[in-house]
Ligand binder design. Structure first.
Ligand code: GCO
Ligand code: MG
Length: 403
């Protein structure tokens, strides 16, 4: 028994907003959980402070599963990104506490390492094909075994995933959402050229990935998958919006390009049909937006039955606390596939010093007890919350479209 005596939420903005839950126990141990929901941060902060924290005080921090079920079933209003990010933060913090009390890194509590490290993919973003390829080459030189290629599309002013920032890509900006313009035909004509050039310049040993960001219809996605088959992608991500899971049947009929989806999923129910019908190859749900380590393990266990592997979301809007949790999960789970890794800025790393490391394209969570991430609250307090939004997207005629 280790009673929870206090819990509070810290909101900080070292270059971008992060929401972190800190839970303390009667033994003087504390745990951290990431609760960041890009562009909607304060909704989760309030959910935790106003509704969850009062229910935590006095509970036994060791009863991770019971607290998870209490928060999920007890709320009556199940699922959704706000609820599941809040539950995830509690879950991560409790695993952190259990590890610290046991004197073991969390991956040891999850069954131990199933591999030496977690293969990660880096991002190569350029305004045109050559710039993207240059950046991919830099990543390969740094040891990355897998690289995501995104490039600006001729005739479209700004393209998702492509920014002026060389190393620290950050799509959330402004005090109101930016408006961007989209053309499916221009995009579909361009992407195969990017990968043709990619294979020519980078060879066949590096894994190449691409993110469509939910922009295509199922039949367009089938066409793109087919056009990209010669370049043997590791995966094609978020080819079409996945609220309609059955839509992936159509894509699957038309292409052998492996499919990944799920960074916006919150529970196993969002992926159940996709997994059971083997409509995808990689499930991208991640610790912070899908109910924590406890729930993600359930998703991975279902996926394992159908040879679907994990490929957790790992953009910069997931804090180092989530990154660490994802690495403990990824190191231990049998059906790990790959982990996304975008480096955080030095300002963010200073707020969240961490034990995880990158070497030769693999990451390891480190062997510090718990998750292996600290929060320097004095430094965090220097960065005040700044409202920021992901952009919105319209077709060339002004029709509101998927972002
Ligand atoms: C990815 C994602 C990001 C998201 C961002 C939203 O694959 O990394 O698509 O670019 O858009 O994390 O918050
Ligand atoms: Mg994505």
């Amino acid at each position: 028994m280790s009673r929870i005596t206090a819990a509070r939420v810290v909101v900080t903005c070292p270059g971008r907003n992060f929401v972190t839950l800190r839970i303390e126990t009667e033994d003087g141990v504390y745990g951290l959980g990431d609760a960041t929901l890009n562009g909607r941060e304060l909704a989760v902060a309030s959910y935790l402070t106003d509704h969850v924290i009062p229910c935590l005080i006095g509970r036994d921090a060791h009863r991770i599963e019971d607290i998870w079920q209490y928060l999920y079933k007890g709320a009556y209003w199940r699922r959704g990104p706000v609820t599941m990010s809040a539950i995830a933060a509690v879950d991560m913090a409790l695993w952190d506490i259990k590890g610290k009390i046991a004197g073991l890194p969390v991956y040891q509590l999850l069954g131990g390492a199933s591999r030496e490290g977690c293969m990660v993919y880096g991002h190569a973003n350029g305004t045109d094909i050559e710039e993207t390829i240059d950046r991919a080459q830099e990543l390969v030189e740094q040891g990355y075994k897998a690289v995501r290629l995104q490039s600006g599309v001729p005739g479209i002013a700004t393209t998702y995933g492509v920014s002026g920032e060389r190393f620290y890509y950050e799509p959330a900006k402004g005090s109101l959402p930016d408006e961007t313009v989209w053309s499916t035909s221009k995009y579909m004509n361009h992407v195969p050229k990017l990968f043709a050039r990619g294979r020519e310049a980078l060879g066949w040993d590096v894994h190449l990935l691409h993110d469509v960001h939910h922009r295509l219809t199922p039949i367009e996605a089938g066409r793109l998958g087919k056009d990209l088959e010669p370049y043997r992608l590791f995966w094609l991500e978020d080819a079409t919006p996945a609220e309609n899971q059955a839509a992936f049947r159509l894509i699957r009929q038309h292409t052998t390009t492996p499919l990944a989806v799920g960074e916006i999923f919150n529970t196993i129910w969002d992926a159940k049909q996709l997994i059971e019908e083997q409509l995808i190859d990689y499930i991208r749900a991640t610790v912070v937006h899908a109910g924590g380590i406890t729930h993600l393990r359930r998703v991975a266990a279902l996926a394992d039955l159908y040879q679907v592997r994990t490929g957790c979301h790992g953009a910069t809007d997931l804090s180092p606390v989530c990154m660490a949790a994802a690495l403990h999960f990824g190191l231990s789970v049998p059906n790990f596939g790959i982990q996304e890794y975008m480096r955080h800025t030095p300002e963010t790393d200073a707020v969240f010093p961490h034990a995880y490391t990158f070497e030769n394209g693999l990451m390891h969570p480190g062997d510090a007890p718990g998750l292996g991430v600290e929060m320097d609250e004095e430094t965090a307090a220097q960065y005040e919350y700044k409202r920021a939004y992901l952009p919105v997207n319209r077709l060339e005629d002004g029709t509101m479209f998927n972002w």
